[in-house]
Ligand binder design. Structure first.
Ligand SMILES: Cc1cc2nc3c(=O)[nH]c(=O)nc-3n(C[C@H](O)[C@H](O)[C@H](O)COP(=O)(O)OP(=O)(O)OC[C@H]3O[C@@H](n4cnc5c(N)ncnc54)[C@H](O)[C@@H]3O)c2cc1C
Length: 359
């Protein structure tokens, strides 16, 4: 047993399960002793989506995937083929189920504040309190969605809607996100970028207007709802919390400030962490991606804060004028400087120029 790797997860949410799966893949599930400490036994489920090439690690957690994505703005929509990529839908519960079938996890129901047991590494997803850089601005991506069953065929099950701005834009940048499960069943979500979450009726009025005006659907049943909010913030947390003790997940700053996407970044982070340990014997967290991306995010956050009315046009130009593969690599922070110049060349310049000089 001495050569088993012991991992203590403080916080047993999405990140803890993703890091466990990567660890099981790297070391072998039998070589791991995994403990997760979390005060909540059964957190509400979360719909989690990721784009990219097939991800064998999460194959058994897959709920549905789409090969085309749609955008809407003004009077137009565009649909883009993802070619070798797909947009894939998992959930916090489907990922946890895979963990529970692949490995043994010692789950402890408790609040935890310090690492008082002998473990090889402690991975902590409690919110950060110490920052390498404090936030200069802080907004929220907040949303409320309905899973609906319609009477008539309403959705194309091959096409998910990533951003449809054809909704009322007062009170914050607002778009509709649609995940279709069949021709008559979809999650339709109203997503907003603004400083404060809304009252429920504000999301609901956008949702019902969108469903009747844009989906031309008058009869439907609401099967379930999803509500959430993700910080859009430029703070950079200090990830080292002690000897062999690091923050992970959103607490580690792995949520992209301008999109909220976190899952793919957690997987990449975990791969780096465990690969480095296997190769060198040292536990160390990866460097942050180039600071250029932090800066781009900060510019867009300033535009969302100061000129929200410009934001739908910026996203529309981004998606309409660039190949989808380039956009997704850009959002994944995997583009070269040359690619980024190409992307920015396609966007309206003036809001970005103003944002450079604003604080
Ligand atoms: C509704 C919703 C939908 C999302 N959809 C997507 C998506 O489609 N794609 C994507 O990439 N990202 C998405 N995200 C963002 C991100 O993937 C999730 O927020 C994800 O849950 C982050 O994982 P985490 O482990 O860092 O945080 P969490 O999953 O929130 O886990 C943190 C855990 O820490 C526990 N904890 C807190 N205090 C203590 C303590 N003192 N001791 C022990 N445990 C403690 C909490 O109970 C919690 O279980 C979404 C977020 C939300 C809210």
């Amino acid at each position: 047993m001495a050569d088993r790797i012991s991992i203590l997860f403080i916080g047993g949410g999405v990140a803890a399960h993703l890091y466990s799966l990567v660890a099981a893949h790297r070391y072998g599930a039998k070589q791991l002793a995994v403990t997760m400490v979390d005060p909540i036994e059964d957190a509400p489920d979360r719909n989690l989506c990721v784009w990219g090439p097939p991800e064998p690690l999460l194959q058994d957690a897959l709920i549905v995937e789409w090969s085309r994505v749609q955008f809407g703005y003004g009077r137009s929509t565009i649909t883009k083929e993802l070619h070798t990529l797909t947009y894939r839908h998992y959930s916090a519960k489907s990922i946890r189920k895979v963990v529970d079938t692949r490995m043994q996890v010692n789950r402890i129901l408790a609040h935890h504040s310090t690492v008082d047991r002998q473990v090889d590494v402690a991975l902590d997803s409690r919110p950060s309190t110490v920052f390498h850089r404090d936030a200069t601005l802080s907004l929220q991506q907040h949303f409320h969605g309905w899973r609906i069953q319609t009477d008539a065929d309403t959705f194309d099950p091959d096409v998910m809607t990533m951003m449809d701005f054809r909704v009322d834009q007062s009170n914050g940048v607002c778009f509709i996100y649609v995940l279709p499960y069949s021709r008559t069943d979809a999650l339709v979500e109203c997503t907003v970028f603004s400083s404060e979450p809304w009252q429920k009726d504000m999301y609901e009025s956008r949702l019902s207007a969108y469903i009747s005006d844009n989906l031309s659907c008058s009869t439907y049943e609401i099967l379930s709802t999803e509500t959430g909010s993700i910080p859009m913030c430029d703070a950079i947390p200090d990830r080292k919390r002690g000897e062999h003790w690091f923050s992970i997940g959103s607490a580690a700053g792995l949520t992209k400030a301008t999109t909220g996407y976190t899952v793919a970044r957690c997987i990449r982070d975990a791969e780096h962490l465990f690969d480095t340990q296997q190769r060198t014997g040292v536990w160390s967290i990866p460097q942050r991606p180039s600071r250029r991306f932090d800066w781009y995010d900060r510019l867009l956050l300033r535009i969302i804060r100061d000129e929200p009315e410009r934001v739908p046009g910026i996203f529309w130009a981004l998606f309409n004028r660039n190949p989808i593969e380039l956009i997704l690599r850009f959002l994944d922070e995997e583009t070269s400087l040359f690619d980024e110049i190409r992307v920015f060349w396609s966007l309206p310049w003036s809001p970005f120029l103003r944002a450079i000089f604003r604080r």
